[in-house]
Design a protein around this ligand. Sequence first.
Ligand code: AMP
Ligand code: FE
Ligand code: FE
Ligand code: ZN
Length: 293
Amino acid sequence: MSSSTVDLHSHSTCSDGGHAPSFVVELAAQRGIEVLALTDHDTLQGIAEAQATGAEHGVHVVAGIELSAKYSAGQCHLLAWLPSPVPQAFHVWTTSREVDREQRAKEMVRRLNEQGFEIAWEDVRARAAGNLGRPHVADTLIAAGHCTDRRDAFERLIGRGCHAYVGSGKIAPEAAVEQAVAAGALVSLAHPYTLELEGQPLSDFVGRLADAGLGALEAHRGDQDAARQAEYCDLAERHGLLVSAGSDFHSVELEDGPRGQRELGWTGDPGLSPEAREQLLSRLPGVPANLVR
Ligand code: AMP
Ligand code: FE
Ligand code: FE
Ligand code: ZN
């Protein structure tokens, strides 16, 4: 079992994570993570704080973002790792992603109210320190007594296929990749299984994104078993892509025990091989040479 010191997928209170960026980075330092990317949903708000804490604690923090792209069958999330400082034009572009998320959450509240689930937009907004997501809507529903827990909220009211579900991402996957690549980013397809594609259709989709400039696939995650990881490594190789590793950490409360899923720093078994780690880090913008090997 490998314990990689690279985790390129994590969240903070700047989107739907449970902890401030500084806390996430301190935890990464405690766990011996050398290279961490903070990748909040559609926002770069936490990067400055995370990098300042990283500088204090000896963690190299990559400026990252998890972009939601328009995709009807499942979820298409793209991790973009950017040069630091992040090019101004990209920074400005992300603010339009933040506005899209506000509008989407408002529409969800409208639909919930229409169905008799009374919650106030202001309560949802107040739950989010940063960028809004469905977990904030779920928590508001729970507080109002309409749902027992987040799972219940997603299953009955705000998950895909439910009346109040509104898809996130107004931008096509190829366009999102191109925007990030134009800013000098390395882009990876996060949790490919959420596309709900297998075999040739999955390969075709990945091929289209590769043509648009996709650089990697998130083959290594705590919630992907060895067979899945091998399958995605093959797929990446066929399209000339790197493989990346990430925990998709959201909060210590949601880590289901040591070596469980979404534990900061845990990117599955077998995780990144030493060769793949070196290839990945040498292509990531701004990683110091001493950390690459
Ligand atoms: P959004 O990006 O606003 O669509 O919200 C997606 C986020 O909701 C994911 O990143 C998870 O943090 C969370 N999530 C998705 N599905 C569930 C679920 N069934 N139960 C609890 N949280 C979920
Ligand atoms: Fe999330
Ligand atoms: Fe995601
Ligand atoms: Zn994520």
